[in-house]
Write a protein that binds this ligand. Structure first.
Ligand SMILES: Cc1cc2nc3c(=O)[nH]c(=O)nc-3n(C[C@H](O)[C@H](O)[C@H](O)COP(=O)(O)OP(=O)(O)OC[C@H]3O[C@@H](n4cnc5c(N)ncnc54)[C@H](O)[C@@H]3O)c2cc1C
Length: 487
């Protein structure tokens, strides 16, 4: 819990203007407005002020001053996050890393890249391409999101099934603590001695420190990649086919699923040539050497046919492969065209539970009278249900939020987790009470206190208070009342 800052907005801005270009200390409402939310615009708050430092020393000074006065600090990358993690604190400072946008070094021999935190995810692969290399984790937002945000959220993407999440592709991070101390975590080697603090920092949602430099591993570009598209007349069959592929021993570069709403919306948008009558579609990419790909593609086609695919098509050129992915990668904006608003959820379940959870969601969709489009990383069981709603209809947002909460709690019930890659932020703070017990939550609080004893770094995000959790858990039958209300 933060206490009221011991400094006025004007006095704080004055101090910052002493060492940061005054144009980059923002205090007026009009210029502050774009910072009021991240990609989850359902949750907004205007910050007291925004600073855009240009050097690590400036970041350190901002942190020291904020520490001294008890002013909350929220780090911000590109603001594409989907859990309100970068939503400002109304009495706090937003510390934007937008000016830290340089690729410091690409080392083709080491296959590594040293980056400032504001470098865009896609820019890393674009720069590394000259050496035949690329950076593995590829969030669909990669054109805009930053590596600092990726570290804070432990971001994933289509290729993470085979190549791992952000945490598996990092070597080290430089971090500025709330007291302004500059520390490096991790090492240039494959392992660092001592406790694995790099894994602790990755996915810590800006609660433990501000990342000012990142060193990542780069991968050689695969010789060949092809994608098999398989249509199914039921979600259960598609769910079983996901398990079938893995059981067969193929680890695809990506294994993605879309349901009928998503198929039609994405196909209208990208003209990808999807089987529009299918109830579910799988895109299975295989990459590697020519022989490997040839063999695995034939096997994948056979597995899909055996498990009931109604159509199977394999890309025969780079253009065709890109087109099949274009539909998938533009599925979110495509769904945005068929509904005034949509709410993108993120939860993970064991793969074998895919069919059960998707069918359960269909029932909830009828119960709440809200359509759901599913487009997600099926291979790693990472669901992204998009609940379609209209914020202008009174009560519809609240119903959507509750529906989303129930999906997350269903993920926990079947042995999964309330987030796959988007983080907890403000959005999923209630469901932390379902995922963890008080002892586990207390351990998170203890870790937070070790880095930030005053609790002023991104407060109110990620880890709920124990009292809040007890209250939430005590809301017995919390959904039954609203179910009755919705008929
Ligand atoms: C259309 C769309 C598609 C998406 N697809 C994916 C996807 O496929 N996979 C996926 O994982 N995510 C996806 N996302 C979510 C989002 O892009 C990621 O979470 C991304 O990593 C956020 O990066 P950012 O730079 O925008 O961070 P922000 O949104 O600015 O911040 C996110 C969090 O990181 C913290 N933070 C940011 N920079 C730093 C720093 N330097 N030091 C410490 N903390 C910091 C913030 O405080 C906040 O808590 C998608 C988002 C959109 C809008």
């Amino acid at each position: 819990m933060t206490t009221k800052p011991k400094v006025s907005k004007a006095a704080l801005a004055e101090q910052f203007r002493g060492f940061i270009d005054p144009d980059y200390v923002i205090t007026d409402d009009e210029t502050l407005k774009p910072y009021e939310c991240d990609g989850l615009a359902m949750y907004c708050e205007m910050p007291m002020l925004v600073v855009l430092p240009e050097t690590v020393e400036q970041v350190q000074r901002v942190m020291r001053i904020c520490s001294e006065y008890g002013v909350p600090v929220v780090a911000r990358g590109a603001g594409t996050g989907l859990c309100a993690g970068a939503m400002p604190h109304k009495e706090g400072v937003v510390l934007s890393l937008a000016k830290f946008n340089r690729i410091l070094k690409i080392d083709p021999l080491e296959r590594t890249a040293r980056l400032q935190p504001g470098v865009r995810n896609l820019a890393i692969s674009e720069e590394a391409a000259q050496f035949g290399l690329y950076y593995g984790p590829d969030p669909s937002s990669q054109i805009a999101c930053t590596i600092g945000g990726n570290v804070a959220e432990n971001s994933g993407g289509v290729h993470c099934l085979k190549y791992g999440l952000t945490v598996h592709n990092l070597l080290s991070v430089e971090l500025i603590t709330m007291e302004g101390e500059r520390i490096t975590i991790g090492s240039d080697g494959l392992d660092a001695c001592g406790m694995d603090l790099l894994a602790l920092i990755t996915g810590s949602e800006g609660l433990l420190g501000v990342v000012t430099e990142v060193k990542v591993k780069l991968l050689p570009k695969p010789e060949v990649a092809q994608v098999v598209m398989a249509g199914f007349d039921s979600i259960e069959k598609a769910g079983d086919a996901v398990g079938g592929i893995i059981e067969h021993g193929i680890i695809p570069g990506g294994l993605e699923m879309m349901d009928s709403h998503a198929i039609v919306a994405a196909d209208d948008f990208a003209q990808a040539g999807y089987p529009r009558e299918a109830k579910a579609l799988l895109l299975c990419e295989v990459d590697g050497t020519e022989e490997e790909v040839h063999e695995h593609i034939a096997e994948a086609e056979e597995v899909f046919r055996k498990l009931g695919a109604t159509s199977v098509r394999t890309s025969q050129s780079e253009e065709e492969r890109a087109l099949l992915w274009k539909g998938r990668k533009s599925a979110f904006p495509a769904v945005g065209r068929i509904s005034p608003d949509y709410y993108c959820m993120d939860g993970t379940i064991p793969r074998r539970q895919l069919a059960r959870v998707l069918l359960e969601m269909e029932k909830m969709s009828d119960e709440y009278g809200l359509r759901v489009a599913n487009v997600f990383h099926a291979g790693d069981g990472n669901l992204h249900p998009l609940i379609l709603f209209d914020a202008n209809v009174p009560g519809e947002f609240e119903r959507t939020e509750e529906f989303g909460g129930r999906i997350l709690e269903l993920c926990v019930e079947v042995g999964g987790c309330i987030t796959g890659e988007h983080g907890v932020g403000v959005e999923k703070i209630r469901q932390m009470a379902v995922q963890f017990n008080d002892e586990e939550l207390q351990q998170f609080h203890d870790v937070k206190a070790a880095f930030d004893p005053a609790g002023i770094l991104n407060p109110g995000k990620g880890v709920p208070t124990l009292r809040f959790c007890q209250e939430y858990r005590s809301l017995e039958h919390k959904h039954e009342h609203t179910e009755a209300d919705h008929g």
